[in-house]
Each structure stands twice: as structure tokens, then as C-alpha cells.
Design a protein around this ligand. Sequence first.
Ligand code: FAD
Length: 541
Amino acid sequence: ATEPLALLETLAASAGDVVRPDDSTPRAVRRVGVIGGGTAGYLTALALKAKRPWLDVTLVESPQIPIIGVGEATVTYMTLFLHHYLGIDAEELYRRVRPTWKVGIRFDWGPHPDGFMGPFDWSSDNVGIQGAIAATGTINGATLGSALMMADKAAVYRTGDSPTSLMKYVPFAYHLDNGLLVSYLTELARRRGVHHIDATIADVVLDGPEWVDHLRTSDGRDLGFDLYVDCTGFRSQLLGKALKTPYLPYSGTLFTDSAVTGNVDHHGDIKPYTQATTMNAGWCWRIPTRDSDHRGYVYSSAAISDEEAAEELAARFPGISEPRVVRFRSGRHEKAWRGNVMGIGNSYGFVEPLESTGLMMIGIEIQTLVSCLPASWDGPQVRDTVNTALGQQWDAIRWLLGLHYRFNTRLDTKFWQECRNSADVSGFQPLLDVYAGGAPLSRRNAFVRDMLDRVTPTFFGLYGIDYLLLGQQVPTRMLPMDEPPAAWQARRRAADALVRAALPTGEALAVYDAHPELHRQLLQDEDSWAGTRIAERLGML
Ligand code: FAD
């Protein structure tokens, strides 16, 4: 079966600003080889086919080299990317991949025993972060999302015969079981006309320093394309190895390089968040799927051995399944796009999943490629702009993650002492200086906020920085509240009432499975955070 033609035509309509090559176009870009069949490869192939259906897209993957097989917590951007940009049907995704919802990240981090919630609705400040700190000493409960996280609930209600959902006002991301996701994307790519070749690339034959002429497979075939998208993961077969693009490590900020993973029964208790728990030499994620909690201890192999990490994980989470060790490196290549090669996914850049940014950066890299791909290699090119923009986004994530290491006082092990003493956060120093003089940053006057945005572009905005710094109780001078405490208390009572009546997350997911109209409400309503209005603003439609 193939996808209905009408769907692909609607998706392609959004590529209106793109010139399509015709028979007379010299050096036309028509044949694209996507090398690699992990999440990066399949999402790239699907996007190219959806937005530029005239391209002839071939995905090459090695039967000998497995995919990384982790990468399951996302951010809200991905919900829009999957449904609006790729046009993936929500009912089908829920049936095949069985996602769970993530309203934010719960950090077991910083001095307070409850840690802190990092909800996705942080920038709405809908209950109030200053009031929360004044009343409770923590930022928790500062938004409806945060209050739902603390109660393990989702904003779905049983009301008479049909349910009511307020999830269109509570931004959420998906937890996606990696095995289910990749096998679903594989099938979807086939249905949408992506060609598939099982082969291992043994040699990349160059024609000049920045141009790939063709690829040679280990069984002696030659494969030639107009554009090569390197999705070969950490191997970076084209961008790194063949083109020798310099690599910029983030090792001065991020000291971890390994993860040990396993699954633990959750007995039906599905949390509405990703959890990040401080461990002796790093931290551990909890990613709830429908069947179990997936756990992964991200650690520095210089601080502890694989065996010690597995033991600490098993002692902390009894009953965890057989451990599996994954290695990684944090950093990015100096450039993503050189000549006729663009790196997407781990082949270009990677940071540990502390803020679940992996799939989001893949989505952004894909949107960048699709939007900037020329019809022909003759004429103006925007590679330098693309490389600067993507590099800046990756570096902002580096500094953001650095704040988690520099200021976490939860444990006093040698690893954490070293992080507090030497994790490089210099890229965000201007923000830290201004924060020390008055917080929340998001409440500073418009002039100061604008100045900070220009000096230090962050990824998640000043609200995100506030959550991290105030959540970890980094010293500052709190700005006075600009409302009486009673106003904050009234909003808090309203949020509490909404949370009390809400369903536990597992039950709320079951309601969505039984009522597909709720997906339509989320993805189409004008006032939804995931509606077409927002998708349009993100350049997805
Ligand atoms: P891979 O999955 O490694 O795929 C590489 C592909 O290239 C494979 O198909 C392989 O066969 C092919 N290949 C390689 N060499 C050749 C060759 N010579 N010839 C032919 N084919 C070749 N992201 C998130 O968003 N959220 C998370 O919670 C998250 N957690 C993570 C936890 C860890 C420990 C790690 C390491 C990553 C995590 N990520 C997360 C990131 C995410 O997993 C990856 O970014 C994502 O899966 C993309 O991987 P990839 O497709 O680039 O590479």
C-alpha cells in the first residue's frame, strides 16, 4: 500500500518557496542518498519525500552495523515535527509505537530533597514561579504542567459520556520506544516510495576535497547520488572520515562518555515525565513506556568502570533487566554541510540526553536541509549560513547542559566535585552575571532581556535558564513580586482543582486510544499549542 497521494500533495504544497529542477537544469539535485538507517536516516528520508516528492530518495543501511537503539525521550517540537512536518497520522502512531506523554523533566538534582520540575509550559508562568518560591521554597507547582507532574496525572477528565481533555493547553512531548519507532518509520518509508538498499559502504570516492563522486559497497557495487546525507551515526563515514571535517569536542563541559541501560517493571504506574536522577558519576534517566520504565545511567568512564556503573544502577533500581553498555562522544563537527554532503544526527553532533535534545536537533537539521537545498549545484548556495546557524544551536545546548553540572550540589562524590570546580560554562557567563544580580531573568525589564538575547542566544529562552538556576537554588537576589500573595494563591488553588479531578497518566492515555477525536482537537484547534497555527510559525506547513 502507498500513502494516499492527496496527503503527499498537501505536504509538498508547503515547499512553495523551493525551485524544482527540470530537464534543462544543469547539475540538478534529483537523486539523494541517505546513508544510515537509524532515526536520523529514516526521519530524513521521510521528510525529503514529504516536502520534495520529486526527489528520488534512496536509504542505504548496513545489515552488519546496528543502530544505536536508544533515544526515546523527546521535546514538544517533535510532536509537531512528526504530525505536521512529516504528516504522520496520530492514530496510527499511537497504535504502532504506543508513545507515552512527557509533560516535562523531573530533576532529582540540587539541594532540595524534592528536586525540581522542568515542565514544558514553563514560559507560560501560569501559576507563577516567584509565588512558588515565596510560598514553598521551591519552583515546583509554578505551572499547571509542574503540578500535574507532581501528582503523576494528565489533564484528561471523565465527563459524562465523552471525555474532556485540556492537553491542548499543556504542551507535551512523546516517550517513544526506539525499537517500535524505527520499525514503524521503516515501514512508512517503504509505503512512501523511499528506495532501500542493504549494503555496507566500504569506500567513499572523492572528486576534490569537498565533493563525493560515488560510494563503493563492501560487495563491490558503486552507488552515485547528487546529494549524500550522512546519517551513519558516530562513525560519520562521509562528513568525518572521508571529508576529514574537524571535530569540536565538548569535553571541557560534558565529562560523560558512556551509558548502561536496562528496563524495570512499573506495574502500570506510568509517570508523565522523564526523570533525571543524580548518580555517583553522572545521572540516570527514567523513560516510561507503556510496558516498563527504561533506565539509563550516563557516566564518565574515567570516574567509574562499566561494572561499577551496572552495580550502582542495579542497587538503585532492583529488578532491572540485563545491562547494556553504550559509548558516545559529546561534540560536533565544525560544519554540517560541505559540498554535496550534509551530516544529520550523531554523524554531525551529539550531546548526552540530559535535556532530550537528540531527536529535536535531528528534526531541526532536517528542516534546515529541506528548506535550504538548492535545485541545482550551480548558482547561490547557503552552506555557510546553515553551518553557522546549526553550530550556534548545538553550542547553546552545550552551555545549557553545562549549567546542570556546574551547579548541582546533590552529591559530593569526586565526579561531582570536579564538575562543580571545572565544568566550562563560559558561553553562558553573561547570563550568569546578570542572574546573580536579579532573578528571575524572565522578569527583568524588556531592555535587559533583549540585551541578553543578543549577547547570549539560548536554546530554551530565559525561562529555561530560570528553571535550571532557580531549581538548583543557585544564589541570586530575587526580584520583588509585582502582585499580592493572594493573587498567586488563587491561581494555585485553581491549578490544584484541575489536578485533583485529572486522570492518572495511564488512564488518560487509554482515553485517547479510545477517542481519536481528541488527537484532532490537539493537532487542529486554533488555540492548541500543537495546532496548525504554531506549526505554521515553525515553518512546518
Ligand atoms: P545510529 O542509530 O547509530 O544509526 C547509524 C546507521 O548508519 C545504522 O543504520 C548503520 O547501519 C548505518 N551505517 C553506519 N556505517 C555504515 C556504513 N559504513 N555503511 C552503511 N551503513 C552504515 N535522543 C533523544 O532525542 N532522546 C533521548 O532520550 C536520547 N537518549 C540517548 C541516550 C544515549 C545513551 C545516546 C547515545 C543517544 C541518545 N539520544 C537521545 C540520541 C539518539 O539516540 C540519536 O541521536 C538518534 O538515535 C540518531 O542516531 P543516528 O541515526 O544518527 O545513528
